[in-house]
Design a protein around this ligand. Sequence first.
Ligand code: EPZ
Length: 423
Amino acid sequence: MDKLLIHGGTRLDGELRASGAKNSALKMLTASLLANEPVTISNVPHLRDITTMIEILGSLGVEVVVDEKMNIEIHANTIKSFTAGYDLVKTMRASFLVLGPMLAHYGQAIVSLPGGCAIGPRPIDQHLRGLQALGARIEMNEGYVHASVDGRLKGAHFSFDFCTVGGTEHVMMAATLAEGQTVLENCAREPEIVDLANCLNAMGADISGVGTGTIVINGVESMHGCTHRVIADRVEAATYLIAAATTGGRVKVKEAQQEHLEVVLTKLEEAGAEITVDDEGIELDMKGKRPKAVSLVTAPYPAFPTDLQAQIMVMNSIAEGTATVKETIFENRFMHVHEINRMGANIRLEGNNTIALVEGVAELNAAPVMANDLRASVSLVIAGLVAKGDTIVDRIYHIDRGYEQVEEKFRILGAHIERIHSR
Ligand code: EPZ
């Protein structure tokens, strides 16, 4: 398993370009199953999760052509199987989202249950209830969801019990080919959902209201091909901005979109960063200062994203003052805390492990660390950048799932970081 070796103590300084959003691109690859013609997705990040999704499409018999610039062309009408197996689905939950598009287009789909994962149990009840509201027959058999419908799905009024990103995307995709109108209430509003809807509309869907709590979908009989460019990855972009703030440095992330990061940028300003936004992207300058601690609560968009909680926790760990960080989305997303504490941080978990009380310390010290989730792992890289000495972050295959060329990008910013390859 590869590791990252980080020699800490350098202030990040430089410019880089945000990659395309992983959490948009993955859903667009599944959405292509709705079309009768080839769909081309561009600005797709070169990541392990994207490769997994391509493998899943391949396992269905779907032809996928990838060029050297990561433009991905999907020919869904070459599909030969409607079963997505356990071996692939268990490695990535987003793969479960092939179910709705296959069901809506071909009337049948058999997809393995995704199961739990390191950050919590993550059920899919809302996905299934939404599909059932559209008339899908759902049966569970030996760990697989068997979904079918005679003819087309039927438009319906459905309200999610709570905000779910995947649930909103899944039911929205299925409803595009349903007969009549679907109204979805209490929808999640993340920018990736808006991006997905724009892609679906370019394929001939009729979706409105996306980005608000109520989405209206007028079903169409068929969908055609399109070319769509994925938005910039707000979580990746903000990870580099937080890393810059943590090290007292200056970083410009080109293509990062201010409107997708408003709450995060406000928190970074509260921490003492100067933020400048122009046509090219977002620049953060800490001017060598130690950050001030900032308290926050994670919640669905537009609130502070759970996917940046671990990274900002590291910033707080070396900040001036005390912060309270509350996680409300996932049950078990504080795995990085124990590792950062091993590097000398002073973080205490309370409230049944949903609240972290972070007492800023003057410095962190290098240690061998590892985590079993993508964002927790990258937070340890940030900890390594600011720590005294050489930190080794193990199990970095998690980082490779979501951060394109992570060590190259940090190196562009002046970090001393290298990958240790192991067999
Ligand atoms: C998406 O996961 C993202 N993944 C996650 O990013 C992100 O953390 C999350 O949204 C929240 O923003 C992708 O887009 C591929 P949810 P998703 O459905 O769709 C519970 C990363 O690091 N729930 O909004 O799975 C669920 O267990 C990843 O890039 C149900 O109970 O998130 C969770 O506690 C990690 N029943 C909460 O809702 C359901 O049917 C929110 O989950 C669905 C969800």
